[in-house]
Design a protein around this ligand. Structure first.
Ligand code: HEC
Length: 142
């Protein structure tokens, strides 16, 4: 009788150990293993989003008054994504870049704010950050 229990216990123990090893070898620990093809694909996906951001940036249809972001900020000029989060007078608090994107969207462009998880907001952020790539981060700077 006792032998049988020990047998079952040993089998359970083996299952737990094997399961644990399989779990540790799962996606969580494989995250840093990638191939050149992966890198190329990720870069391509990123650049597609940057391109979409530039299209939105220069589009007269993002707001309601045919004004484009690029008219006041050609090539992302004077948007300073590297200084966010920072205090912005217009909003009276420390805000993220996306809050200022929405502020300009609602004010000069007389449009509606984009939801925080709207892919267009991500695209505009990607475009602005891409235009300023290589500039050191300076959060809070004016
Ligand atoms: C009519 C001109 C005009 C248009 C069009 C415009 N902006 Fe602005 N933008 C401003 C002004 C003025 C400021 C305020 C500068 C400040 O106080 O920092 C500003 C500030 C910003 C900032 C913060 C800049 C900083 O230095 O912190 C961002 C980001 C920004 N705009 C994004 C956009 C986006 C996105 C659009 C299109 C949806 C847009 N802007 C359209 C005039 C404009």
């Amino acid at each position: 009788m006792l032998k049988r229990y020990i047998g079952i216990f040993v089998i359970l123990l083996i299952l737990v150990v094997v399961g644990g090893v399989m779990f540790l070898n799962g996606p969580a620990t494989r995250a840093d293993q990638f191939s050149d093809e992966d890198l190329a694909r990720w870069q391509e996906e990123y650049m597609n989003v940057v391109k979409k951001g530039r299209e939105l940036w220069t589009s007269p249809n993002l707001g309601t008054n045919q004004v484009a972001c690029a008219q006041c900020h050609p090539n992302g000029a004077n948007t300073h994504p590297e200084t966010y989060p920072k205090f912005q007078q217009q909003l009276g608090r420390v805000v993220a870049l996306r809050d200022m994107i929405n502020w300009c969207l609602m004010n000069p462009l007389e449009g509606e704010a984009l939801k925080m998880d709207d892919p267009r907001l991500v695209a505009i952020e990607a475009y602005l950050a891409y235009e300023r790539r290589g500039v050191p981060l300076a959060p809070g700077k004016h």
